[in-house]
Design a protein around this ligand. Structure first.
Ligand SMILES: *Cc1c(COP(=O)(O)O)cnc(C)c1O
Length: 435
C-alpha cells in the first residue's frame, strides 16, 4: 500500500477549527484519505487473515491505546467511522483519547461503570441533568455506590463531603437550566487536596459534563479536570438528527472505558457517528459563533423588557459570575465564548401556581403562534428551542430543591438556533404581551 499522504506540518499545528473539518483519516489501520467525505462504514464483523491474528487482536484490544489498535475485529469493539469521530472529538477537547457511546446517558453511566465499584462514593453538584441525578440517587445505590450532593460553587463543600472511598467528583457547568457556573480550576484544586497522599487506584476522578458549553466555548481538561463527557445529541451533532455520547480524557482511562463499553454494549452506531463526523463537528465553530451573537442580542432585549425579571446569560456584563465566565469560557481563538443558551424569569406575581400559569401562557402562546421558536425539550439545534424547566424538564425535582437551586416557577430556558435574531426577538415580544 502507498504511504498515506501527510500534511505539510503535523496536524496538531493547525487550528482546532481546521482540524474538525479535515480530521486525520489516513490512520495506521485504514486509509480514507481518497474520500473527500469520509464514508459511513457498515460492517458488524471484519475478515481476519488467520486464527492467530484474531486471537492476538483480542489481546491487543485490552492492551493498546486508541492510536495503536492495529486491526478491526467486531463493531462493538471498534470500527472505522466511529474511530474517525473519536479522533476528532479528542482534538476538539484537547484530550489524548475519546470513547463514544449510543447516547449521552450511556457515556455518563459508562464513566460510573468503569470507575466505580461497590462501596465507592461520588461527590456531585446538587443540580444535575435529570437522568444523571436519577442514576446517582436511585440506580447506583442498588449496587452499593452512594453519592453526596453538595453546592460545588463552594470548593470547600467538595472537600468537606469527600470520604476515603470517594472516587468521583461530578458536575456540569453551566448548570442546567440556571446557567450558574462552577469554577473548574477551583474544583481541580479541591480534588488535588482530596487526592494528596492517595495512590493512583484510590484517586477521586473529576468529571465535567460539557454538553451545555460545547468544546468550542470551554475545554475543561485545560483547567485540570480529568474527564469530559458530552451528549453528542445536542450542539455537537447540532442538527437534532442523531443521538450519541462521548468521554474524552487521558489515555490512562482508555482501557477501563473501552472494556466497560465492549461488555455492556452501549456503542455508538457508525450510522449515527457519520453525521456527527461529517456535519456536526466541522460546523461546530461556525454555528456557535452565530448562536452567540443571537443569544447576546436576545439577552439584551430581555434585560430591558418590563415583563422580564432576571436574565442569566454568561455574556451579559450584569451576569453575577461574569469574571469567572470570561476566565473559563473562551473559544479556540481565546475569545470570550458565552455560548448559545440562556435562562430568564418572567416578572410574574402571586402563588407558585399563578407563576407557573404565567410561564405556561407564555410558552403556550409561542407553541401556537411563533414561527422561529419551537416548544421542545433538548437543545443545541439549528432551530431555537424553548421550554419551561419548572414544569417540564425539572418537574421530578422536589419544589424545595428547585427553590434552593434557583429554578423559578416562571423560569424559561431558551436554546438559540440559527434564525435571524430580529425574528426571534419579535416572536418573544409578541408572547410577552400575553403574560
Ligand atoms: C441531553 C443531556 C444529557 C443526556 O444526553 P442524551 O444524549 O439525551 O442521553 C446529559 N447531560 C446534559 C447536560 C444534557 O443536556
Amino acid at each position: 500500500m502507498k504511504k498515506p499522504r501527510e500534511p505539510r506540518q503535523p496536524r496538531e499545528k493547525y487550528k482546532v477549527r481546521t482540524r474538525l473539518i479535515h480530521g486525520s483519516y489516513p490512520t495506521g489501520r485504514w486509509d480514507y484519505d481518497h474520500h473527500v467525505v469520509p464514508p459511513q462504514s457498515s460492517s458488524a464483523t471484519f475478515r481476519l487473515t488467520t486464527a492467530n491474528r484474531g486471537a492476538r487482536a483480542f489481546q491487543q484490544f485490552g492492551s493498546s491505546t486508541a492510536q495503536e489498535m492495529p486491526i478491526y475485529v467486531y463493531d462493538r469493539l471498534d470500527e472505522p467511522t466511529r474511530g474517525m469521530l473519536e479522533e476528532n472529538l479528542a482534538a476538539a477537547e484537547g484530550g489524548e483519547m475519546a470513547v463514544t457511546y449510543a447516547t449521552g446517558m450511556a457515556a455518563i453511566t459508562g464513566i460510573f461503570g468503569a470507575l466505580l465499584k461497590q462501596g465507592d462514593h461520588v461527590v456531585a453538584h446538587r443540580a444535575l441533568y435529570g437522568s444523571t441525578y436519577t442514576v446517582l440517587a436511585t440506580w447506583l445505590p442498588r449496587w452499593g455506590i452512594t453519592a453526596s450532593f453538595v453546592d460545588m460553587t463552594d470548593p470547600a463543600a467538595i472537600v468537606a463531603a469527600a470520604r476515603p472511598e470517594t472516587r468521583c467528583i461530578y458536575f456540569e457547568t453551566p448548570v442546567n437550566p440556571t446557567m450558574e457556573l462552577i469554577d473548574m480550576a477551583a474544583v481541580a484544586r479541591a480534588a488535588g487536596e482530596i487526592n494528596s497522599g492517595r495512590n493512583e487506584e484510590h484517586r477521586a476522578v473529576t468529571v465535567v459534563d460539557n454538553t451545555f458549553a460545547t468544546p468550542f466555548c470551554q475545554r475543561p481538561l485545560e483547567f485540570g479536570i480529568d474527564l469530559v463527557v458530552h451528549s453528542l445529541t445536542k450542539d455537537i451533532c447540532g442538527f437534532g438528527t442523531d443521538m450519541g455520547g462521548a468521554v474524552i480524557g487521558a489515555n490512562r482511562f482508555y482501557h477501563p472505558l473501552m472494556g466497560y463499553r465492549k461488555d455492556f454494549g452501549g456503542v455508538l452506531s457508525p450510522r449515527n457517528a457519520w453525521p456527527i463526523l461529517v456535519y456536526g463537528l466541522p460546523s461546530l465553530s461556525s454555528r456557535l459563533v452565530a448562536k452567540q451573537k443571537g443569544a447576546m442580542k436576545v439577552a439584551e432585549f430581555l434585560l430591558k423588557h418590563p415583563k422580564v425579571g432576571r436574565v442569566a446569560y454568561p455574556g451579559l456584563p450584569s451576569f453575577p459570575q461574569s469574571e469567572l465566565a470570561r476566565r473559563q469560557m473562551t473559544s479556540y481563538d481565546g475569545k470570550f465564548a458565552p455560548g448559545g443558551l440562556l435562562y430568564f424569569e418572567l416578572k410574574s406575581a402571586g402563588s407558585v401556581e399563578d407563576r407557573v400559569a404565567a410561564s405556561d401562557r407564555f410558552v403556550d402562546f409561542i407553541a401556537e403562534h411563533a414561527y422561529t421558536i419551537t416548544l421542545a425539550v433538548s437543545l443545541g439545534q439549528v432551530k431555537t428551542l424553548i421550554e419551561n424547566p419548572f414544569s417540564m424538564t425539572h418537574a421530578g425535582i422536589p419544589a424545595s430543591e428547585k427553590a434552593s437551586g434557583g429554578v423559578s416557577p416562571d423560569g424559561i430556558r431558551l436554546s438559540l438556533g440559527l434564525e435571524d435574531w430580529q425574528d426571534i426577538i419579535a416572536d418573544l415580544e409578541a408572547a410577552l404581551a400575553v403574560v
